[in-house]
Design a protein around this ligand. Structure first.
Ligand SMILES: NCc1[nH]cc(CCC(=O)O)c1CC(=O)O
Ligand SMILES: [Mg+2]
Length: 344
């Protein structure tokens, strides 16, 4: 039989199948779709991670993260002004430490004049009402690229915790509002909370990278902070196994018990199931980190014309809200904020 001889398919009696339950009714018009929408994304949901570098007058593109820059400290105030104008509630700082300052002990982490501390002071000097989230971990400062101190091949937990507490205190002194430990050592949240309280920083918040996985999606970030060049081996003895889910609940439970005010799941999009379980189980402020590799994937595909980058950006951010996240650390923050405010 040729095509033009095919009989017209017989119409089913769909009404008798769906019994009048027509799901498409609510989707017919824009106003109706808006009216029945279950989740919303606003600028208040965005935290913007920013990279710092030594020198002055520097705005240096990160090749594996199109549109993302490393800024010297003198250039950071302008970014903060932009973020504040857009209504972004907080920024998160990450340093690309000069290679000459990296050593086995990550001692630059304890230098009150390091990039993070100088940037905190510069941001506080703007007087703008924006939260400063600082990263507590040793990897941008160590010659081996690990988040902790090492003895042979072993990452030392308790010795590292002592140094992380000192690092956190220094950041608080420099003006950090939220201490965000990303290192995954055991017990560091309780130790940092005790250290902050004893030093009079009772109001400094802690956002714990509680369920952080040993992920391939951190690659471009490691370019940005220079740890792809330094990292020896991998982080699987402290970051979580991507195969695990119950363990994430255990990690979060411990960090909440130890005093975390907010907890984070990282990476983001491949771990939406973890965000949902964490939110449902603990009902506490829960954040997602849409990490560098997720950003790079969307930007690369968009750059090749393989998908609509702006729509993919907004859809991915909404997905975090739908999964239960209260907010998202994302390199898209300024662009998404402009879009949400109708400026782009
Ligand atoms: N303490 C390290 C740290 N802090 C934030 C990220 C990744 C963020 C991203 O990929 O965007 C990493 C990478 C790692 O664990 O190696
Ligand atoms: Mg833990």
């Amino acid at each position: 039989m040729t095509a033009h001889q095919r009989p017209t398919p017989k119409a089913h009696d769909v009404d008798s199948i769906v019994g009048g339950r027509r799901m498409r009714r609510n989707r017919r018009t824009d106003w109706s779709r808006r009216m029945v929408r279950e989740n919303t994304l606003t600028v208040d949901d965005l935290i913007w991670p920013l990279f710092l570098t030594e020198g002055t007058g520097i705005e240096q593109p990160v090749p594996s993260m199109p549109g993302v820059m490393r800024y010297s400290v003198d250039k950071i105030a302008r970014q903060i002004e932009e973020a504040a104008e857009l209504g972004i509630p907080a920024i998160a700082l990450f340093p690309n430490t000069d290679p000459s300052l990296r050593d086995a002990d990550g001692s630059e982490a304890l230098n009150p004049e390091n990039l993070i501390c100088r940037a905190c002071r510069a941001i506080k000097d703007t007087g703008l009402p924006i939260g400063i989230v600082t990263d507590v971990a040793l990897d941008p400062y160590t010659s081996h690229g690990h988040d902790g101190l090492m003895k042979g091949e072993t990452i030392l937990n308790d010795e590292t915790v002592a140094q992380l507490v000192a690092q956190a205190l220094l950041q608080a002194e420099a003006g950090a509002d939220v201490i965000a430990p990303s290192d995954m050592m055991d017990g560091r949240i309780g130790a940092i909370r005790a250290g902050l309280d004893a030093a009079g920083y009772r109001d400094v918040q802690i956002m714990s990278y509680a369920a952080k996985y040993a992920s391939a999606f951190y690659g471009p970030f490691r370019d940005a902070v220079g740890t792809n060049a330094t990292l020896v081996g991998d982080k699987r003895t402290y970051q979580m196994d991507p195969a695990n889910s119950d363990e994430a609940l255990h990690e979060v439970a411990l960090d909440l018990e130890e005093g975390a005010d907010m907890i984070m799941v990282k990476p983001g999009m491949p771990y939406l199931d973890i965000i949902r379980r964490v939110k449902d189980t603990f009902e506490r402020p829960t954040f997602a980190y849409q990490v560098s590799g997720e950003y790079a994937m969307i930007m690369a595909a968009a750059g090749n014309g393989w998908l609509d980058g702006e729509r993919a950006m907004m859809e991915s951010l909404m997905a975090f809200k739908r999964a239960g996240a209260d907010g998202v650390l994302t390199y898209f923050a300024p662009r998404a904020a402009r879009k949400l405010k109708g400026l782009d």
